[in-house]
Structures are given as structure tokens and as C-alpha cells.
Design a protein around this ligand. Structure first.
Ligand SMILES: O=P(O)(O)OC[C@H]1O[C@H](O)[C@H](O)[C@@H](O)[C@@H]1O
Length: 314
């Protein structure tokens, strides 16, 4: 039987970790590991990989995969007492066979619903009960959608508070040929300067050194223009006001064990996030955070593209 047309397939990935492969009829695909609820691959109709995963990525228990889309929950980075980026990215998620309905029905057959609930060990680290439902869906045009629904299921009447990010690693041809549009003139916290607050200048963002910034209250659309590849990624987000931009550059790259020395040239993290204003849920309350990624061919030459058209077009 040809597996080509099966929209959702359960398979074994690296180190026999279980993964789900999503296939859209026109040829695009995505892969999601139960380890971390982690998207590790997103390919367009021509089979080109759109996400970066390090050649040194470790697929090990209790360790996050370097690349793809790690989920940072219940804490972004070191903004709190928990381990860096929280624990959701290195826990084993389950397939959610009977997820509550979505208000708008996704027309895509190629989707998977995952769920994470705390283990007894997790409750010792973060003393709360929750259900974290994640839907990963491939749209008909190959768009990749992630929807998170987090519900407080505490029975002790206590609210909980968290920060969150989809830590997406985009694959780019050459970081020095890339620009990000949609974050100009915004305020940001600079992680390289004690999270101090600054205001971005008016120009699109380009890269010539290490960057680790949390842009605050951003527009719902951000574009990453890859000049050399003639490709533009568009990120659309909902419920996620902030956006982190990260590239470790050469020095930090060498210090990251599961990252190649030169790989910083071929990746850029733009992370839809809720950080500055943490989310608080009372028992029974649910939060949603959605990210939709699309990759479109762009015939960009310097000065030719009107950024407003990229950002305002549908
Ligand atoms: O190495 P990790 O724990 O995956 O974190 C990688 C990076 O994630 C985010 O982008 C943070 O803003 C950075 O400060 C951090 O270095």
C-alpha cells in the first residue's frame, strides 16, 4: 500500500522515538514527535525543508530537540524559577483521540491532536494540574498551523500563571541575506543586556551579530524575507502578543553542544510568544495561542518589495 496519500501516519523517528507524519494531497508534509509535541519537519510541495534542525540535535529523553518548533511552557527562557523554557518541550505527549471541538472546523484532513498532562514528578516541580492540547495541521496550500489550548484543571481552586513560546527555527539560506519585517519601531527587551527595554529603529531587521530580543506587543503578522532563496515566510499569530528573535551567531554557537559551529548561518528563530504579560488561568479557564506559518516565493531584490504589501496582503 502506498503511504503517499495517507494524511496522518504514525511512524518511528530518530532513536525509535514515535512521530506522526502529516501529508497534504499536493505534496507538502510535516512531522511531529510525541517527545515534546515537537514539530521537526515542515516541507513544501516540492519537498523542500522549511524548518532548521541541527545536524547535532539529540533525540534523548529529558532533552529538547535542537531545531523545529520546541514548545516553551510553562516558562519562557529563564523568566522564572523553572528549568530553561519549562518542561513541556522534553516530556512525552500523547495522541488526543477525542479532542473538544474547535469553533471553526479545519478543512484539513492532515492534522493531529496531542495532549500533555502533568505527571506526579511534574507536579512536584510546578504544583498545578492542566490539560495542554496541541493541534498541528497542514492547510491545503501547505501552511502549517499550531493551536495550543491550555486549561487549568486544578481542583484546589488555585489559579496558575505561565509564559509561552513557539520557538520556531526557520531554515534560511544565509543569515546575512535575511531581513525581518513587522517589528520596526517596536519596543523590545534585550536578553543580551539584562532584559533592558529599548526601541527598535525604523528599518527592517537584518543580522550581523548575535541577537536575542523579545519584541513586545507586535503586529499579528511578521515576515522573514530570504533574499537568496527568494522565499518569504509569513508568521500569523493569535493570543501571542510578543515575538522573540534569536540567532546565537558564531561564538555562542560553539558553546551549544547540540548545535554545529556554522549552523547559525542557516537558521533564524522568530518565536510567537506571550512573555511580557504572563497568562493567568483560574480553574476551568482555557487559553488559546495560535501560530500559522506560510512560505511563499518572493522575487525580492533590494528596495523592490514593499514591506506593507507582504504584511497587509492576505
Ligand atoms: O538553548 P535553548 O534552551 O533551547 O534556548 C535557546 C534560546 O531560546 C530563546 O530564543 C532565548 O531567548 C535565548 O536566550 C536562548 O538562548
Amino acid at each position: 500500500m502506498s503511504s503517499e496519500r495517507v494524511p496522518v501516519e504514525l511512524s518511528k523517528g530518530v532513536n525509535s522515538f514515535e512521530k506522526i507524519i502529516l501529508r497534504e494531497i499536493r505534496g507538502s508534509s510535516a512531522e511531529v514527535y510525541l517527545h515534546g509535541g515537537h514539530v521537526t519537519s515542515w516541507k513544501n510541495e516540492n519537498g523542500e525543508e522549511l524548518l532548521f534542525v541541527s545536524s547535532k540535535a539529540l533525540f534523548k529523553p529529558q532533552k529538547a530537540i535542537r531545531g523545529g518548533i520546541p514548545i516553551c511552557f510553562p516558562q519562557f527562557s529563564n523568566h522564572g524559577p523553572l528549568e530553561q523554557h519549562g518542561f513541556a518541550r522534553n516530556r512525552i505527549w500523547s495522541i488526543d483521540t477525542d479532542p473538544p471541538a474547535f469553533p471553526t472546523n479545519s478543512s484539513s484532513k492532515a492534522h493531529i491532536d496531542l495532549i500533555l498532562r502533568p505527571s506526579e514528578e511534574d507536579i512536584k516541580i510546578w504544583p498545578h494540574s492542566y490539560e495542554f492540547r496541541l493541534r498541528v495541521a497542514l492547510g491545503p496550500g501547505g501552511d502549517l498551523m499550531l493551536i495550543s489550548r491550555i486549561r487549568n484543571t486544578n481542583t484546589d481552586g488555585k489559579p496558575f500563571t505561565f509564559t509561552f513560546a513557539y520557538h520556531t527555527y526557520f531554515s534560511v539560506s544565509d543569515i546575512s541575506e535575511v531581513r525581518v519585517e513587522g517589528l520596526e519601531t517596536l519596543d523590545y527587551l534585550d536578553n543580551l543586556q539584562n532584559k533592558e527595554r529599548f526601541t527598535e529603529q525604523g528599518d527592517a531587521i537584518t543580522f550581523e551579530t548575535e541577537v536575542d530580543k523579545i519584541y513586545l506587543s507586535t503586529p499579528t503578522k511578521i515576515a522573514i524575507l530570504d533574499h537568496e532563496k527568494k522565499r518569504t515566510f509569513v508568521i500569523r499569530k493569535d493570543g501571542l502578543p510578543d515575538a522573540v528573535v534569536w540567532n546565537p551567531w558564531d561564538k555562542k554557537a560553539k558553546a551549544i553542544v547540540d548545535f554545529g559551529d556554522d549552523e547559525y548561518k542557516h537558521m533564524l528563530c522568530v518565536e510567537a510568544a506571550a512573555i511580557e504579560k504572563p497568562i493567568t488561568l483560574k480553574p476551568g479557564e482555557e487559553w488559546r495561542g495560535r501560530q500559522e506559518l506560510s512560505a511563499v516565493a518572493s522575487s525580492y531584490c533590494s528596495g523592490q518589495l514593499d514591506p506593507q504589501r507582504v504584511l497587509q496582503g492576505s
